[in-house]
Design a protein around this ligand. Structure first.
Ligand code: HEM
Length: 214
């Protein structure tokens, strides 16, 4: 198989895998099979899927570096956008069912519960990344685009803190995410420092169009 076909096959797998949780949840709504607390299930599944996809998108660059297989970078943008899609659905479900579309109630919850505050911050960080994930934005923003898209790591950190603060007893999964994120950051740090010393390396390429730094 040539490279284009491999990328195409991987993209089909990515779309199927990313849409599978949504398909499961939507079919569960119609068949009434989401259990005794469907809203909780919808909230948890969308939150978890958003975090997993964000992490997979962050892992693309290390995998590219380690494998030397550059075309894999083309998976990063759809992964980041799917992560944003689930984070938005996660927020919408909370706003519709828990906050009953009441902005005052929503503001109070953001101020009162710290895990909601950081969750909201994570979504706010992800929003400009999703909006500037186009080739046009890369051309317009140039080096600023690369710096902006490092925000994906910040979104990861906020997502993990959100998770830590919401779980009541068993922190094993948040710890797993924290360890993976630390690994991803440790992998990227030397490269980011090199870029700081040599700013010419900052300029992004159009194929980097993705909601995170290249
Ligand atoms: C927009 C602001 C957000 C709000 C209001 C919010 C709210 C919530 C709520 C109410 C829960 C369920 C808590 C519980 O069951 O006790 C939850 C769980 C979760 N959220 Fe968020 N969240 C937000 C953003 C995010 C973002 C951006 C991510 C990921 C990047 C995320 C990832 C998670 C995860 C992983 C869980 C736990 C899922 C599980 O228990 O299996 N959340 N969130």
């Amino acid at each position: 198989m040539n490279q284009k076909r491999v990328v195409f096959a991987l993209k089909i797998l990515l779309w199927l895998g990313s849409l599978a949780p949504a398909a499961y949840l939507v079919s569960g709504i119609f068949t009434g099979s989401l259990g005794v607390n469907p809203v909780e299930k919808l909230t948890r599944w969308t939150g978890m899927t958003a975090l997993i996809l964000l992490f997979v998108s962050l892992a693309v660059t290390p995998v590219r570096r380690l494998s030397g297989w550059n075309p894999i970078i083309r998976l990063r943008r759809p992964l980041g956008l799917f992560a944003f899609f689930y984070a938005s659905a996660h927020f919408t479900i909370w706003f519709a069912f828990d906050m009953v579309f009441d902005l005052t109630y929503m503001g109070a919850d953001i101020l009162e519960r710290r895990f909601i505050t950081v969750g909201m911050a994570a979504l706010v960080v992800m929003l400009p990344l999703a909006l500037t994930s186009t080739r046009w934005s890369i051309r317009r923003l140039g080096k600023k685009w690369t710096v902006l898209h490092r925000g994906a790591y910040l979104a990861g950190v906020l997502g993990v803190v959100h998770y830590f603060w919401l779980v009541k007893a068993d922190t094993r999964l948040p710890w797993l995410f924290a360890v993976i994120l630390t690994g991803l950051l440790v992998f990227r740090l030397p490269q980011l420092q090199r870029r700081k010393r040599d700013p010419r390396r900052e300029t992004p390429r159009e194929q980097d169009a993705t909601p995170q730094a290249g």
